[in-house]
Design a protein around this ligand. Structure first.
Ligand SMILES: Cc1cc2nc3c(=O)[nH]c(=O)nc-3n(C[C@H](O)[C@H](O)[C@H](O)COP(=O)(O)OP(=O)(O)OC[C@H]3O[C@@H](n4cnc5c(N)ncnc54)[C@H](O)[C@@H]3O)c2cc1C
Length: 390
């Protein structure tokens, strides 16, 4: 067992840290509470990231990416997540962050949808959740009826991140052919298609602003179905597995920053004649946070390593998401406590980080859904001692 991170990935991580310190942290005061950064700033940062060789660093070399793999991507993501500049919640300055679905594009679909995203010319979003519930997609009511030319979509999606800027949407719908249910499929619906519109924006406790999407007799041609008819749930699961794994480095990077802030404050703030850092009550908070952060980091790197080996990481991704997101809430909560009233004030980013962290145990599958996946695995194989091992 070798726990060392390869030298080239360490270098990548250090370059990402420099980029974050020099280019991004200075932007934090202005943009941290916004749902996104302005387009011209994004373009400028993307150009800088390209100059430094970061653009699409995580994507396969076969599509023009840097091919650093999932572990490399996690290391960079961890660094980016130290920063509260909003597009780094969905770090589209470094990489298209497209998710695995579009890699199922074939023939002309690749040039029309996949490659413009990889080049950074277009943006997309992932639309699965419906008003009837996000945890249970089997109750999906958005339909795609087979027509002579393709499909006719009807329904609504809610809480869709980045829908306002997306050139096309990856939308999941129950496919029906003259009353026969062919299962859930994935469709690419372009902005401006008649019948497709943005509904309300959701204002949340975190700075995110996801959107409602409305499909009202939206006709699309056959070529806008990705993968096979009925393969949609498989594609969504691929997307969610990777999305859940990425919650790991995002939580770890953010928690690392909160821990550093807590330690610095504990050393510099004195009460009753000595620094907080000398009080056991405070030391225990720091120690607990450090241990939990370490556990989340190891779980993340291990799941990323499995993904890089081409092994299934479905159960590991759930464990990472569950543990790392709940760890983040606890670590930021302790950091807030150590800062006293200052921790609650808008002068520091901790209150924003706390609001943001709280939303993560719900998005991309709630903690309860991750526990459900893990419990199923335990119940099916209670005897396994190597549950998360290769
Ligand atoms: C900021 C943000 C961004 C988002 N972005 C996207 C996006 O880009 N694309 C997208 O498709 N969706 C997106 N979502 C939706 C998100 O994935 C869902 O909110 C999430 O899956 C939970 O679904 P729900 O809100 O419908 O809650 P529900 O499914 O209604 O669940 C409500 C509560 O009940 C619990 N629960 C449900 N079933 C069970 C059970 N069997 N046992 C125990 N507890 C249960 C859940 O854990 C949850 O706590 C986003 C949400 C947010 C907040």
């Amino acid at each position: 067992m070798d726990f060392r991170i390869p030298d080239e990935l360490q270098m990548l991580r250090l370059s990402a840290r420099r980029f974050v310190n020099e280019e991004l942290l200075p932007l934090e005061p202005e943009y941290a509470n916004q749902p996104d950064i302005p387009d011209d700033l994004r373009t400028r940062l993307q150009a800088r990231a390209r100059e430094l060789g970061f653009w699409a660093f995580d994507l396969p070399e076969s599509v023009g990416g840097g091919g650093v793999g999932v572990l490399g991507m996690c290391l960079v993501m961890e660094e980016l997540s130290r920063c509260n500049v909003p597009s780094f919640r969905a770090p589209t300055v470094f990489t298209p962050y497209l998710g695995p679905v579009l890699f199922h594009c074939e023939g002309e679909q690749r040039e029309k949808y996949l490659m413009p995203i990889i080049r950074g010319e277009k943006r997309t979003c992932f639309a699965l959740t419906e008003p009837g519930g996000g945890s249970d997609p089997s109750g999906m009511t958005t339909t795609a009826r087979v027509t002579p030319g393709g499909f006719r979509l009807n329904g609504r999606k809610i809480f869709i991140t980045g829908a306002d800027k997306a050139h096309f949407v990856q939308v999941f719908a129950r496919t029906l052919d003259r009353g026969e249910d062919l299962g859930i499929s994935c469709f690419l619906v372009e902005r401006g298609t008649p019948g497709f519109s943005l509904g309300q924006a959701f204002e949340l406790m975190s700075p995110d602003r996801p959107w409602e999407l409305v499909f009202d007799d939206v006709d699309i041609p056959r070529e806008q179905c990705v993968g096979r008819i009925g393969q949609g749930w498989e594609l969504a699961r691929e997307f969610l597995d990777m999305g859940r794994l990425i919650h790991g480095p995002k939580a770890v990077g953010r928690a690392q920053r909160a821990l550093e802030m807590a330690a610095e404050h504990a050393k510099s703030r004195s009460t009753f004649g000595s620094p907080l850092a000398e009080r056991q009550a405070i030391q225990w908070m720091l120690a607990d946070s450090a241990v939990e952060l370490h556990a989340a980091r190891l779980m993340t790197y291990h799941a990323a390593w499995k993904a890089d080996q081409g092994q299934s990481y479905h159960v590991e991704a759930s464990a990472v998401k569950l543990y790392a997101d709940e760890m983040l809430v606890r670590v930021i909560d302790r950091a807030l406590q150590i800062h006293g009233g200052l921790g609650l004030s808008r002068e520091l980013p901790l209150e924003l980080m706390f609001r943001d962290a709280r939303s993560r145990t719900i998005t991309e599958g709630s903690s309860e859904m991750q526990r459900l996946i893990l419990a199923r695995d335990v119940l099916a194989h209670p005897e396994r001692v190597d549950r998360f091992a290769p």
